[in-house]
Design a protein around this ligand. Structure first.
Ligand code: HEM
Length: 108
């Protein structure tokens, strides 16, 4: 089901410690998240990714509603060796909402 971007803005507070999104967003602990939908994993210029994330992108992983849902549910299960130190979001609705919020910063 499509998420609610307004609710997702609240869920995103969990991400904001490490990620920026929106005008002027910069890489911090994690890469900036503008234009995330349709973006190849591990592809932001100037961000030093884990080998696991770089390889996932080279292997064809592209971020969309489905791939983000799996990564955000359990980052280290979805991409073994990722250095995103985040346990994941248990509730499917919360994941859908934060993905809908991030999609508002994507052209796709
Ligand atoms: C990577 C989303 C929370 C640190 C990523 C990526 C996404 C993402 C989509 C892959 C980006 C890419 O391929 O360019 C989120 C969301 C979060 C969240 C939606 C909240 C629900 C966090 C938190 C931290 C963090 C809290 C820090 C404690 C990182 C790091 C990477 C990353 C270091 C790079 C991982 C690697 O190279 O393996 N995040 N993140 N993230 N995130 Fe997060």
């Amino acid at each position: 089901a499509a998420g609610d971007a307004g609710k997702g803005e609240r869920v995103y507070k969990k991400c904001a410690a490490c990620h920026q999104v929106g005008e002027g967003a910069k890489n911090r602990v994690g890469p900036e998240l503008n234009d995330l939908i349709g973006r190849t994993a591990g592809s932001v210029d100037g961000f030093k990714y884990s080998k696991a994330m770089t390889e996932a992108g080279a292997g064809g992983l592209v971020w969309d509603e489905t791939t983000l849902d799996a990564y955000l549910e359990s980052p280290r299960t979805a991409i073994k060796g990722t250095r995103m130190a985040f346990p994941g979001i248990k509730e499917a609705d919360d994941r859908a909402d934060v993905i809908a919020y991030l999609a508002t910063f994507s052209k796709q």
